[in-house]
Design a protein around this ligand. Structure first.
Ligand code: C5P
Length: 292
């Protein structure tokens, strides 16, 4: 085996509480991740030498050693003293710096793919440990699960397997801005005293037992960072208002933004709303997506 082509899915945060600031300046979170079918492609090719090379045509994706896929490959080389090299091609579709976890997902796909190509046969727990070193959102993508609770920095993952398969459709809108996650968390640090304490004690894992996961999730929707990002980027508010006008009251910003998703009853509904909103806001990127 010399080449591997991998799907690298995006995530949404259906719930996100910021609990407190840690000594390492990260924040403890309680979050619910959902994997969606919006995806990038990662193509891994073995090299004859020991170099790591990133190939990506997207202008906002770095191809140097700061790229999360590069760092993932380098980490495995260093940890396991490996002299093999790799070409990593990234075909980008997930909007960059938008709260959808694209870069983290690419890193996870790289770790999982290299484990196969370099025939390391690492246990999943080891790969998750490596993932944690790359970024807080990377471990979620290591577990092959649609839904998971994230604790700690968001990197301590508990997969949720519900009684009923959870099939949710969303309309997703990403305004033409890039949001810096550290900036949003710093702004949260300054504003936290003024923030509400609502929806604090939700037991996310109840999702595994409820009869109607869709209704449970609609009631759960909450994101502590939404207020913070909206203040700095009013475009997020515009998206939310547009969604509300379209009848999508169940909407939320994902991660630190600026992507906003609304729960829709069907793929058809998502597509008809997408066309309507696209006509009015042609700079937004719009997607009809579902959990996967
Ligand atoms: O882990 P990652 O590099 O993706 O995180 C980017 C930045 O987001 C961190 O440097 C930190 O400023 C912030 N962050 C945080 N708490 C988390 C996750 C991210 O403060 N749980």
């Amino acid at each position: 085996m010399k080449t591997l082509v991998l799907d690298s899915y995006a995530k949404l945060n259906l719930y996100l509480r910021v609990l407190n600031t840690r000594e390492d300046n990260y924040h403890n979170l309680k979050t619910l991740f959902a994997r969606i079918d919006l995806k990038d492609k990662i193509i891994l090719r073995l090299r004859r030498d020991s170099q790591i090379k990133i190939i990506c045509r997207h202008p906002d994706v770095p191809v140097d050693e700061t790229n999360l896929c590069y760092r993932s490959a380098k980490l495995i080389q260093n940890e396991y003293n490996i002299g093999k090299g790799i070409d990593i091609e990234i075909i980008k579709r997930i909007p960059v710096a938008s709260g959808l976890g694209g870069g983290s997902s690419n890193a996870a796909a790289t770790l999982l793919g290299i484990d196969k190509l370099w025939q390391l046969k690492l246990p999943r727990s080891k790969i998750a440990k490596l993932a944690r070193k790359i970024g807080a959102d990377v471990p979620f993508f290591i577990y092959n699960t649609t839904l998971a609770e994230g604790r700690g920095r968001g990197d301590i993952i508990k997969p949720i397997f519900s009684k009923q398969p959870v099939r949710l459709w969303f309309l997703l809108a990403v305004p033409a801005i890039k949001v810096s996650t550290p900036l949003i968390f710093t702004a949260w640090d300054k504003a936290k005293v003024a923030l509400t304490r609502q929806k604090n004690n939700v037991n996310i894992t109840n999702l595994a037992r409820v009869k109607s996961p869709g209704r449970f999730l609609t009631g759960l929707l909450f994101n502590d960072l939404e207020r913070v990002t909206t203040k700095l980027y009013p475009q997020v508010k515009t998206v939310k208002e547009e969604f509300l006008k379209a009848g999508l009251g169940a909407n939320l910003m994902s991660g630190s933004g600026a992507a906003v998703f609304g729960i829709v009853p069907s793929a058809g509904k998502a597509l008809s709303l997408l066309r309507r909103i696209k006509r009015k806001h042609n700079t937004w990127r719009l997607f009809a997506v579902k959990t996967v």
